[in-house]
Design a protein around this ligand. Structure first.
Ligand code: GLN
Length: 458
């Protein structure tokens, strides 16, 4: 099959399905067809890159030169970046073909994709017994839904506290959050800079491995990107797990965890054991502080990062009589409710009277959480946990209390706070036929171990 045929097939799948799913904010079929033609020429010369002619989608948080980039927000509704993010530039260097920009929670803040200014995304999966529209998870929900429905072969995601892993779990696909610093943040619209990390989302670990190899690498334009050679991740897939030590964190086991998720976790342990791994209980004692720590640290950084949308330098402007009134009117019209809530909370925890009590304390606990992982990784090579405490829920089942929504991130935020790599892979279906994911967490820059261990559970 030629790249042109492959890309045409995916473009017509988008035309057929995306009216219902709404995974795309912007599609770029003409550009994609041209790129596919160029890819075929490369292939004919035997010169194609690692992803030559492969149709991918890009989360609309990555700046794409000349193609509108919205972050799912009204404030960037018409923003066309004059430059390309490093991650997407790296994919283009390997001759990938982009079909468009994918929907997300506004500024990547959320776990449902219900906060996008461009409408919610519908999970392509249906629950047995009812016809309710389900959420795809978030914030990379458009990416997960586009991959799960066959509109693209892979997509970029970003993960600040679970935004690659949780939607991967809800949509039955695979997603990798690499070590913080593995992929450049240059040109990725910032949410919480000390946590944001780009990664691949695709149907299989092998596809993720190929994408990550292309996306990763040192970038002098991001001072937190790390200068380490990028391995051929696909080579790790067949390594096996003989002798590998897998830790089962005690603190992730709770009374509230649905029995089906608990059972799937046991199943994952059995798969790893059958393949020759040893499983042991480990303790990550500060796990219970993960969520409050995350929702202080991330929001503080968000409030600072989003200060740049002032109606002067970027995006939309609502004219008003004075500068202050213009800021106010612009930001009120530009930001949705969840983003406003986060800016307010972030500003509060950074304010002079509360800085020590909230922000500084959160930073200290973050260090303790990181130390939990470091000491666990003295005993084991990798950790196995569920990815999320539930399967996908219906659009109208989203809790009205935002704190209830935040609870969905309980298993994903600790790895983000520590900066260690983690992936989610589809591990089975619940009794309603919905996919559930398992999470593997590894040592810094040991994504290869995650690929090897994940493979025996695929
Ligand atoms: N769901 C989490 C939040 O709302 C994580 C989001 C993300 O990783 N971008 O902040």
């Amino acid at each position: 099959i030629s790249a042109v045929e492959l890309v045409d097939h995916h473009i017509s799948t988008i035309e057929k399905l995306d009216g219902d799913i709404n995974a795309f904010i912007t599609t770029t079929p003409d550009q994609a067809r041209l790129a596919a033609k160029a890819a075929d020429e490369q292939l004919a010369k035997g010169e194609g890159g690692l992803l030559c002619g492969i149709p991918l989608g890009v989360k609309d948080l990555f700046c794409t030169d000349g193609t509108r980039t919205t972050a799912g927000s009204n404030i960037l509704r018409h923003f066309v970046p004059p430059y390309e993010s490093t991650v997407t530039a790296n994919l283009l260097k390997q001759d990938a073909v982009f079909l468009g920009k994918l929907n997300l929670d506004e500024f990547a803040m959320g776990s449902t994709n219900l906060t996008s200014a461009f409408g919610s995304v519908t999970n392509p999966w249906k629950r047995a017994g009812d016809d309710k529209k389900l959420v795809p998870g978030g914030s990379s929900g458009g990416s997960a839904a586009a991959v799960a429905s066959g509109m693209v072969l892979g997509a970029t995601g970003t993960d600040t506290g679970g935004s690659i892993r949780q939607p991967a779990s809800f949509c039955g696909i695979t997603g990798v959050k690499p070590t913080y610093g593995r992929c450049s943040r240059f040109g990725t619209i910032a949410f919480a800079s000390s946590l944001d990390q780009a990664g691949p989302m695709a149907r299989t670990l092998e596809d993720c491995a190929l994408m990550l190899e292309a996306m990763a690498g040192f970038d002098p334009k991001d001072s937190t990107s790390v200068d380490l050679a990028v391995p051929r991740y696909v080579d790790a897939l067949e390594r096996g797990v003989k002798g590998l030590k897998v830790g089962i964190p005690e603190e992730y086991r709770s009374e509230d965890l649905p029995a089906e998720i608990q059972a799937l976790w046991e199943q994952g342990i059995a798969w790893l054991r059958d393949a020759g791994a040893e499983t042991v209980k480990v303790s990550l004692p500060h796990t219970k502080y993960g969520l409050p720590t995350y929702y202080i640290a991330a929001l503080a950084e968000a409030s600072s990062n989003l200060a740049r949308y002032d109606g002067v330098r970027f995006g939309e402007r609502v004219p008003a009589d004075s500068l202050d009134m213009m800021y106010e009117a612009t930001r009120h019209a530009g930001f949705g409710e969840e983003v406003r809530r986060r800016i307010l909370m972030g500003t509060y925890v950074l304010s002079s009277g509360y800085y020590d009590a909230y922000y500084l304390r959160a930073q200290k606990i973050r260090t303790l959480i990181q130390r939990d992982f470091l000491s666990a990784f003295e005993k084991v090579d990798v950790l196995l946990t569920p990815t999320a405490p539930s399967a996908a829920f219906a659009h109208d089942e989203k809790p009205t209390d935002p704190v209830q929504v935040y609870l969905n991130d309980v298993f994903t935020v600790p790895a983000s706070l520590a900066g260690v790599p983690a992936l989610s892979l589809p591990a089975g279906l619940d009794s309603k036929g919905l996919p559930l994911g398992l999470q593997l967490i590894g040592r810094y820059f040991e994504e290869e171990t995650l690929f090897a261990a994940g493979r025996v559970m695929e």
